[in-house]
Ligand binder design. Structure first.
Ligand code: GDP
Length: 480
């Protein structure tokens, strides 16, 4: 009964808002990227900067003095986990700042922004408000889209072909061996299904290890199951399509049914209920890791971006996507962790990302939403300096490597600040796609900034690089 009273209360206050002309428009911003691309850090920094009126000179409403303030608001949909902003901020700004836990599943948060409109007639109307709904979801889940147009036999053929490629041999070996010793036509049973699914999942996860391929293979939930960990919807694996008719009690049929269930109960609802309702999207990309790993990883990343862009293509050839109207009109691709480079390389990083995107857009035949790319650091963990070495002046970054990080035979203790020459990115973005032109970056994970300034109100100021530009592109025009 209390719920009913609550609901009536909410309904009445909505009515009151509407009557008072206080209809608040809602902008739904999707934040995605493959695991560890920087989603959690980006969202935490975004919210903190908006709540505390951070240093965002490139965010027009703030630069023009029209941004009044922001507050966290109750999220209207209680069935979706809330983004743990307070916990993440506490990790970043606590006594010993650490990086918070990463995204494992979908989560959301609403923040209400108050601003003075720049339109001529708005002076009479007073401040306006807009709800910004931030939806955080693993990029791995987007890569499931192609499954919707593939039968189990088609998907199996593709997946097994990839697993058998030479460079997958180590990761895929145990799964392929198990597959060889299992007869798909035998009687269905859970033990075999679970063993195959477990081996297949291990292979998918291992093909993503540092330095190895960076893009990812569907099904996305095998990598990031969210709330579905251990559920039967995730206990399937590709099987060689049989040449003869199969009994409906066979292992093959069992896994085929589970594959179809995965599409129906996992993939479709995600695209329909979450993805299709977004207005804006930011896709975070860990370019530096790919560059460091070499041309193969860069090509892999291009493939992943092509698949991601295909999800945003309007009038898509995918029959399921044609059914759901999408309204995303702006997509920002952001190369994260730019603080690992000296600022003289930031434009080059952007140029490389642009190049990658141009290739991906062409391959995905993408047209529609306006896209842009930026190199940013949502939370800047380094400062810049110069050192003289052998009569040469080098641009370096200063930061404290995390305990256990090592480079050139030195292992760091997590307490010592060092000066690091991060290396240069090539002038010509084409270089990173070619074998024989390795980009040699010195790459270490740094601790988040250990001493934070406070603003006049006593709130911590999180340093960043170009976060303001990203925010301006994503939401600035809604605050006109
Ligand atoms: P998610 O899996 O996409 O949510 O990734 P996170 O946001 O948790 O980021 C993964 C890791 O990347 C963090 O733990 C940090 O070590 C690092 N990272 C993310 N953003 C930044 C950044 O702006 N600067 C630096 N230096 N490191 C970052």
């Amino acid at each position: 009964p209390t719920n009913v009273v609550d609901e009536i209360g909410i309904a009445l206050s909505n009515l009151a808002d509407a009557a008072g002309g206080a209809f608040t428009p809602t902008l739904r911003l999707g934040v995605t990227g493959l695991s560890r691309a920087g989603k959690t850090i980006f969202i935490t920094a975004l919210i903190h900067n908006l709540l505390t009126g951070g240093r965002l000179p490139g965010f027009a409403p703030m630069a023009e003095g029209r941004f009044i303030g922001a507050r966290l608001a109750e999220y209207p949909d209680a069935t979706i986990p809330r983004f743990a902003y307070e916990q993440h901020l506490e990790a970043l700004t606590g006594k010993e700042p650490t990086w918070p836990e990463s995204t494992r599943r979908i989560s959301q948060l609403r923040i209400t922004l108050k601003y003075q409109s720049a339109r001529w007639f708005s002076g009479m109307r007073g401040p306006s408000t807009v709800n910004l709904d931030i939806v955080d979801y693993p990029g791995e889940w987007l890569l499931d889209l192609p499954l919707l147009s593939l039968s189990f036999a088609e998907w199996s053929t593709q997946a097994l072909e990839r697993a058998r490629r030479a460079h997958s041999a180590t990761e895929a070996g145990p799964f392929l061996a198990l597959l060889d010793s299992t007869d798909p036509l035998k009687e269905a049973n859970d033990v075999d299904a679970e063993a195959l699914a477990a081996a297949f999942t291990r292979y998918l996860r291992e093909s993503r290890h540092d330095g190895r391929a960076l893009s990812t293979l569907p099904p996305g939930r095998f990598l990031l199951p969210g709330d579905l960990e251990g559920s039967p919807a995730l206990t399937f694996a590709p099987l060689p399509p049989p040449h003869q008719a199969v009994r409906h009690t066979s292992l093959y049929t069992m896994l085929e049914r589970r594959y179809e269930a995965y599409k129906d109960v996992v993939v479709k609802p995600f695209f329909r209920d979450h993805f299709a309702r977004l207005d804006r999207q930011i896709v975070l990309v860990d370019m530096l890791r790919a560059l460091n790993a070499g041309p193969e990883a860069v090509h892999d990343l291009e493939t992943a971006l092509t698949d991601v862009l295909a999800c945003f293509r309007q009038g898509d050839s995918n029959p399921f996507l044609r059914l759901i109207a999408r309204r995303i009109d702006r997509i920002l691709f952001a190369a994260t962790k730019a603080d690992h480079l000296h600022h003289t390389s930031h434009d080059r990083l952007e140029a490389i990302l642009n190049r990658l995107l141009a290739n991906a857009s062409r391959r995905a035949r993408f047209a529609g939403a306006e896209t842009r790319s930026v190199a940013l650091a949502a939370v800047r963990a380094t400062r810049e300096g110069t050192i003289r070495e052998k009569g040469e002046t080098l641009d370096v970054i200063l930061g404290t490597p995390m305990a256990g990080e090592s480079l050139d035979g030195v292992t760091y203790d997590g307490k010592t600040e060092i000066a690091l020459f991060p290396g240069d990115l090539p002038d010509d973005p084409e270089g990173v796609f070619e074998e024989g032109h390795p980009v040699e970056l010195n790459f270490l994970r740094f601790l988040p900034p250990q001493k934070l300034e406070r603003n006049a109100e006593g709130a911590y100021v999180l340093p960043h690089i170009r976060l303001d530009r990203a925010i301006d592109f994503l939401i600035g025009d809604w605050l006109k």
